[in-house]
Design a protein around this ligand. Structure first.
Ligand code: PEP
Ligand code: MN
Length: 328
């Protein structure tokens, strides 16, 4: 924010008052009237309080580029379940790809027992190689719906193309837009017209502003709500598949936005899923999405990062304990 002082103000007194409120202040020189630039994230100080300080003439702030995101509800209704501020940590789990009816139903029944309320699984898969398994399509949606319904779970699944919208919307409680499509504005506008809440994965090279801007497209064009999902961004280091950006998660959580972390695609490694999930909850994530498979070695996609159901159970118990501890 920029603070302009009136002609009779004492700059040093105003500056001291701002600093006493915990704000980081820089004087802007050569502007005629004395002006201060204040980093508004340095302390939570209501703008009215700054405006009321003796000697302050004008306080200007930058208009938000995503007003609808700023105003969206802090809790998103997904089927019979909720994700967001003040809710129990939302657990999303399931296979990378839906592989067969029997497989997804058996897995879902196990996951329910661990407190998973959101079943994930891909029917239409964005694969780097056109020769890799592309998903079972419509049948997979039906299998997954059955699995979710018989276990009282909400269903989240990805939509890749505009032509899939009505089909996916018929089955999904929450429509996933994958990382590769976050910048596909024509698709965002079109999918918003399905009037379903959207699970918006962060583009792998998107800034936080671009991610929030993509959310704004969805809300402007009719989506009732957006749940943001951090899934790692591209980095220079091949030790992990992506780099989990916990700062972005903390920023969104600080803004009161519903935010979920996907440590599976972030790490690409089973052994890091638990530690990263704990870190996510510690910085304020409202949920985690974890790829789970009972035979990762035979998984049709993303086997190296899939955890076994028993491992998921342990991870979620750890998260429950973490949440309980932070409330104590
Ligand atoms: C997924 O969740 O199945 C997926 C492909 O994720 P992302 O878009 O984050 O790569
Ligand atoms: Mn996957």
């Amino acid at each position: 924010m920029i603070i302009t002082l009136n002609a009779t103000a004492s700059p040093s007194e105003v500056k001291r008052a701002l600093i006493d409120h915990g704000l980081w202040v820089e004087e802007l020189v050569g502007q005629g009237r004395v002006q201060f630039r204040v980093e508004s994230h340095s302390a939570q100080v209501p703008i009215e309080l700054v405006q009321a300080l003796p000697g302050v003439e004008l306080v200007t702030t930058r208009a938000s580029t995503h007003p609808r995101v700023d105003q969206q509800p802090k809790v998103v209704e997904v089927g019979a379940h909720q994700v967001g501020v003040g809710q129990p940590t939302a657990y999303f789990a399931g296979p990378c790809s839906v592989e067969s009816e029997d497989h997804v139903r058996r897995l879902a029944a196990k996951l329910r027992g661990y407190g998973v309320k959101f079943l994930r699984g891909g029917a239409f898969k964005p694969r780097t190689s056109p020769y890799a398994f592309q998903g079972h399509g419509e049948p997979a949606l039906k299998w997954m719906k059955k699995a979710a319904a018989e276990n009282g779970m909400a269903l989240v699944t990805e939509l890749m193309g505009a032509e899939e919208r009505d089909l996916v919307a018929e089955f999904a409680d929450l429509i996933q837009i994958g990382s590769r499509n976050m910048h596909n504005y024509a698709l965002l506008k079109h999918v918003a017209g399905a009037k379903k809440p959207i699970f918006l994965k962060r583009g792998m090279a998107a800034t936080v502003e671009e991610w929030l801007g993509a959310g704004e497209y969805l809300l402007l064009h009719g989506a009732p709500a957006v749940v943001f999902c951090e899934r790692g961004i591209r980095s220079f280091d091949p030790s992990t598949r992506n780099l989990l950006d916990l700062s972005a998660v903390a920023i969104l959580a600080g803004l009161g936005q519903p935010v979920v972390v996907d440590p599976s695609h972030a790490a690409g490694r089973r052994d890091l899923v638990g530690p990263l999930a704990r870190a996510a909850v510690a910085v304020g994530a409202h949920g985690v999405m974890i790829e789970t498979h009972d035979a990762p070695g035979r998984a049709l996609s993303d086997g190296p990062q899939a955890v076994l159901p028993e491992q998921l159970e342990q991870i979620l118990k750890g998260l429950d304990a973490l949440s309980a501890g932070s409330k104590a």
